[in-house]
Write a protein that binds this ligand. Structure first.
Ligand code: ATP
Length: 138
């Protein structure tokens, strides 16, 4: 049975294809999903999201969202999601430095929270961009 993976944001369909395996940063910990998985709905945290096809693993950076799992389908509704090969590493590095400076200069707990979230997004993007180097693109 094929497993259909759809990754969608408010802006665009980031990915839609049949895959062999999904690995997702769920709130309860990293979970792996094969075809015929039991139905579930879970929150995704900012982190690396992977699918595997024909023995090759492809990474995405996800900034958080929801994931619906059905036996033949995984649907991800993400705040933002980028394929590893579309991440602009220099932009993520700038965002990381900006977030770190904001954390140092913060005026309020809310500003700290926002800066921490920005730092997490940038760090995940950098991790995924570096992981992605030298891999085939889709
Ligand atoms: P920045 O300050 O660089 O915009 P950000 O974390 O504030 O970073 P987001 O609000 O999370 O950016 O994302 C805005 C849009 O830009 C989304 O469509 C996201 O996919 C895209 N995006 C953000 N950073 C990158 C990046 N480094 N490479 C490619 N696309 C990115």
């Amino acid at each position: 049975m094929p497993l259909r993976l759809e990754i969608v944001t408010a802006e665009r369909v980031v990915f839609s294809d049949d895959v062999d395996l999904v690995s997702a940063p769920a709130a309860e910990g990293r979970i792996g999903i094969l075809p015929r998985h039991e139905a579930m709905l879970t929150i995704l945290l900012p982190g690396e999201f992977h699918y595997t096809k024909d023995g090759v693993s492809y990474p995405f950076a996800i900034s958080g969202g929801f994931m619906e799992v059905l036996p033949d389908r995984v649907t991800v509704l993400a705040d933002t999601a980028e394929r590893g090969d579309e991440i602009d590493e220099a932009r993520a590095e700038e965002a990381r430095q900006r977030a770190a400076a904001r954390m140092r200069d913060r005026q309020s707990a809310r500003e700290l929270m926002l800066a921490e979230a920005e730092l997490r997004r940038a760090t995940v993007r950098l991790q995924v961009a570096r992981l992605r180097k030298g891999r085939p693109n889709r």
